[in-house]
Ligand binder design. Structure first.
Ligand SMILES: [Zn+2]
Length: 210
């Protein structure tokens, strides 16, 4: 992949050369932030949720680097952290398709890359499951969810997404990936649309929980 040519293999957490993208020392350092929980949420459109890390300390710092400080190579480290847990790996392996929560086109153009796409692509390749990255589209430029109160959030996100091709998701088990989970209204709205289009099951996988 072209990114490997630009970036040397480093541990994304400490920055030292490491072929596996995560060194043993940092793996231990991340232990207090690990959740690796699989749960069945109530009153949501999605069927399962997997939470990997707490959005705190070093985890928060590295995610900010990844999203805003051009450290796109961190996708490898994050994908490795997600798949490191055997229980999580086994659960994800049972799914048919992976997609991610898309950005509005203008925002993607500003940043140059979509951090969720990079992680989801790596997960698809490691898990050997199909990716459908152009199927779910964001068609409305919404306000930042965290800037709104609960009632406004639902209205803000309503009808912000659409599915291009529902035939390819009918009766499929889908992993919906997002980087940070705050209120969950965005992933819930995406799940609603996926379910309406015929998806059998939706699992929300989030890297970090705020
Ligand atoms: Zn390290």
């Amino acid at each position: 992949m072209f990114l490997d040519l630009i970036y040397p293999p480093v541990c994304g957490i400490c920055g030292k050369i490491n072929k596996k993208s995560l060194c043993k020392k940092c793996e231990i350092q991340l232990k207090p932030y690990e959740m690796n929980s699989i749960c069945k949420p109530k009153n949501k459109y999605f069927d399962y949720q997997i939470k990997i890390l707490k959005y705190k300390g070093i985890v928060r710092e590295r995610i900010i680097d990844f999203k805003f400080n051009e450290k796109s190579y961190l996708y490898k480290t994050f994908a490795k952290i997600i798949l490191n847990d055997k229980k999580v790996y086994g659960f994800l392996k049972k799914y048919d398709i992976i997609i991610y929560v898309p950005m509005y086109i203008k925002k993607k153009m500003l940043r140059g890359y979509n951090q969720c796409e990079l992680i989801a692509k790596e997960l698809a390749s490691k898990l050997q499951i199909e990716k459908q990255f152009n199927n779910l589209k964001k068609i409305k430029d919404t306000k930042k969810q965290s800037s709104l109160i609960k009632e406004e959030r639902k209205a803000n996100i309503k009808d912000a997404f659409k599915i291009n091709n529902s035939t390819s998701i009918i009766n499929k088990k889908i992993i919906l990936f997002d980087d940070i989970y705050t209120t969950g209204s965005t992933v819930n709205e995406c799940s609603r649309i996926l379910k309406e289009a015929g998806a059998r099951e939706v699992l929300v996988l989030t890297l970090a929980i705020d």
